[in-house]
Each structure stands twice: as structure tokens, then as C-alpha cells.
Design a protein. Structure first.
Length: 320
């Protein structure tokens, strides 16, 4: 998949582009439906599937001056979204620089000056409840009105539900943050995951016999504190990154060692080597236990051995 900034985009980059627009936070089942249809449509017309997404989530900009409001949390960073776009076989992604000025562009102007003049799409696929432009005035009806003028076709995606539950990023985000991983995974159509960069740690895990990679998640939503069973993939953007490692994931402040700062530490079973500055995608399967303080390093090491055995038993059942 190729990525472009808005400045780089021009109609000559594409032959028959089919476009969709959105944040796609978490890339849940609803997003997957839209993107799958986009890719099929593009292949049918021998064109390119093109996603327009934002470098920063619009809510980060729109709530910036609201005093007393917490910084919005998101399931995925832009980089994690790009990973899932690539896995979905999207051809191209245009990254839009969402700013207050950009947010103030009227929907019609966005269609004419961005979509039509810069991309010249053959088709535009709208999500079930997607909107764009100033005050969210842009929708499928507006696109259909402008379609004859600009020469594109318009389609709309369908709503996604799991049972009676409507799939949405806000709900998934809430479920992850509250630790309801199974429900969140059902709405995602895959295990809950985070993407982080390995940073320097204290190397204390190695002295316990369980070396860990310390992850900077760059703001992605985490499950609650505790020890989790999961799986990890190193440098997932690499075509050579095929091996998935069983992983013990600790989220917490390391109370046994009087820690105060929350950390995300991952022990990869079966891996040895230096992971500093590597990217790791970690998937959560099950919470094994809560965070607690142990009487000694030896007691903690013995518990980690039990956690490892529980993880391997779980992974073994999963793969049968």
C-alpha cells in the first residue's frame, strides 16, 4: 500500500480511483465491511482502492479548547490503522491534515476541491453513518447531488451488528478500557490489539528470568492493569514478519519494586534478542490475574512461571 500526503495527491497518480473517507478507529467489523466493498469495487473496475483518513483524530482538534475536558482516547494510532489498511489489501491511502481550518471547509467545497480536483474518483463509497465537512453537512445525499457535475458514482455501506449490538468505535473503546475483552474482540472480528515501540526499561525482568520489552503505545487505549495472556508479532509491517510469539503482557506500575509509573511490559516466549526500537503488535486473549505486590522478587518469579504455564495452556487450546 502506498501512502500520500494531501500535497502529493493529483489525479495523474490514479487510473480509476474508488474512494472512501473516515477515521476507521480500531478497524472494527463495520469498517471492515466498508473497506472490503471498496477493494472489491476497485478490482471490478480495474482501478485503485483509496482511503482518505486523518493524521490526527478530528476530536483531538475539535475539543482542544474545551477547558476541563480530558484528551480524547483512541483505539488505534494512525500507524496502526495503516497496518490494517495494508492487511485489507487497500492500494493507496491519503493522509489528510485535520486542523481547525480544515474542519471549517464546507462539505461542497471539500468534494469539489479535494475529492474531484485532486483525486477525480470514479466512485465514492460512504460508510453507513459517515459525514464530512463543516458541521458534518456532507453525506451520501450531497454526494449524489454533486455526482453528475463531478462524474463519480456513489454507494453506501451497510450497518454492522453483532447480535443486537451496533458495532461502533466508541463502544469498542469503552469495552477495551473496562477490560471486557471478549465483547470488544467480537465487535472487532479479531483479538483486541495494540501497536507500540520498544523503549529502554530497567531490565529488571531479565533478572527474574522473564526479560520484557517495554512498549510506548503512543496513546492507544489499553485494557486495565493486570497480567494478560496474548500473542505478539515483531515489526508487523515487514513482509518477513510471519512468526507470532505467545506473550505475557503486564500492565501496571510494578508494585513489588515500588514503581509509580504505569508501564506496558511484554515477555515473548521463544524469542531471544534485542528488541529496542522495534515495533510490536500485541493481541490480548485473556486476563490471567490482577496486579499485586509480592513479598520478594523470588515470589514474583514463581508467579510469573505459573502465568507462563497458563498462557501456554491457553495458546495450546486456541491452536487445536
Amino acid at each position: 500500500m502506498k501512502t500520500y500526503s494531501l500535497r502529493e495527491v493529483r489525479p495523474s497518480l490514479f487510473t480509476k480511483p474508488v474512494v472512501t473517507l473516515g477515521v476507521f478507529d480500531g478497524f472494527h467489523l463495520g469498517h471492515q465491511k466498508v473497506v472490503s466493498e471498496l477493494v472489491r469495487w476497485a478490482k471490478k473496475v480495474s482501478g485503485e482502492s483509496v482511503i482518505l483518513t486523518f493524521r490526527r483524530h478530528p476530536r483531538q482538534i475539535l475539543t482542544q479548547n474545551n477547558i476541563g475536558r480530558e484528551e480524547p482516547q483512541f483505539i488505534f494510532t494512525l500507524r496502526h490503522r495503516l497496518l490494517y489498511f495494508a492487511r485489507a489489501c487497500v492500494d493507496d491511502c491519503v493522509i489528510l491534515p485535520f486542523t481547525k481550518r480544515f474542519a471549517d471547509i464546507p462539505a461542497e467545497e471539500f468534494v469539489r476541491n479535494v475529492l474531484c480536483r485532486k483525486i477525480a474518483p470514479l466512485g465514492i463509497l460512504m460508510g453507513f453513518d459517515s459525514r464530512f465537512g463543516r458541521d458534518g453537512k456532507g453525506d451520501a445525499n450531497l454526494l449524489r447531488r454533486l455526482a453528475p457535475e463531478c462524474g463519480f458514482q456513489v454507494r453506501t455501506g451497510r450497518e454492522a451488528r453483532v447480535g443486537k449490538e451496533k458495532v461502533g468505535s466508541t463502544l469498542v473503546r469503552s469495552l477495551v478500557a473496562s477490560g471486557k475483552i471478549e465483547r470488544a474482540s467480537a465487535l472487532l472480528g479479531r483479538p483486541v490489539s495494540v501497536l507500540g515501540t520498544v523503549v529502554r526499561g530497567s531490565a529488571r525482568g531479565a533478572t527474574l528470568g522473564f526479560p520484557t520489552a517495554n512498549l510506548n503505545l503512543h496513546g492507544e487505549t489499553m485494557p486495565p492493569r493486570g497480567v494478560w495472556a496474548g500473542e505478539a508479532r515483531i515489526n508487523p509491517f515487514s513482509v518477513q514478519s510471519r512468526e507470532v510469539y505467545p506473550a505475557l503482557i503486564n500492565i501496571g506500575a510494578r508494585p513489588t519494586f515500588h514503581g509509580k509509573k504505569e508501564r506496558v511490559e511484554v515477555h515473548l516466549i521463544g524469542f531471544s534478542g534485542d528488541l529496542y526500537r522495534s515495533e510490536i503488535e500485541v493481541s490480548f486473549l485473556k486476563r490471567l490475574r490482577s496486579e499485586r505486590r509480592f513479598s520478594s522478587a523470588q515470589a514474583l518469579s514463581a508467579q510469573l512461571a505459573q502465568d507462563r504455564d497458563a498462557l501456554l495452556t491457553l495458546i495450546g487450546k486456541k491452536r487445536v
